[in-house]
Design a protein around this ligand. Structure first.
Ligand SMILES: [Zn+2]
Length: 158
């Protein structure tokens, strides 16, 4: 059985043998192959090629139905993610707790987050020197950098 997954980082569609646990995107990101992420399935490698093309077209805004279905997700990613992360992280008791919660929630929402995401959230929390706060998390092994410029929290609950 084959399937099509979409890279969380660059949004390109990629065909994969569903027996694999991970696959590396052409952008270098390692995509975990989990059922929730499989956009389409094919019995043969040959069907898979056509399917990857279809999903790519859909990702590029191909069909109207697809755009309608995806609209809430796009909105969620582009506008509300930082607001939601700030709202959750702000509830932590102290600065260290808010910083940790920000990393956890960003990872939950985005899979990997960039410095720009991080800066926006920490600014929203009123925490100065965001890059220093991130460097501290990396030093403490609470956050790692799976790919240059993209970060992930090691733990996903506070
Ligand atoms: Zn990619």
């Amino acid at each position: 059985m084959y399937g099509v997954v979409v890279c969380p980082r660059c949004k390109r569609a990629k065909g994969v043998d569903l027996k694999q646990k991970t696959t590396t995107c052409s952008c270098g990101f390692e995509i975990r192959v989990v059922p929730a992420r499989v956009r389409a399935r094919a019995e043969t490698a040959r069907e898979l090629v056509a399917l990857v093309g279809r999903v790519s077209a859909e990702m590029a805004g191909g069909t109207e139905a697809y755009r309608r279905a995806q609209a809430p997700i796009r909105r969620k990613r582009s506008r509300d993610v930082h607001v939601r992360v700030i709202g959750i992280a702000a509830k932590a008791r102290d600065r260290a707790g808010r910083v940790r919660a920000a990393a956890i929630e960003l990872t939950r929402e985005l899979e990997v987050f960039s410095i720009a995401d991080w800066d926006r959230v920490l600014a929203g929390l009123g925490i100065p020197q965001p890059e220093e706060a991130l460097a501290t998390l990396v030093r403490d092994n609470a956050v790692f950098e799976p790919k240059a410029g993209f970060y992930r929290s090691v733990i996903l609950s506070p």
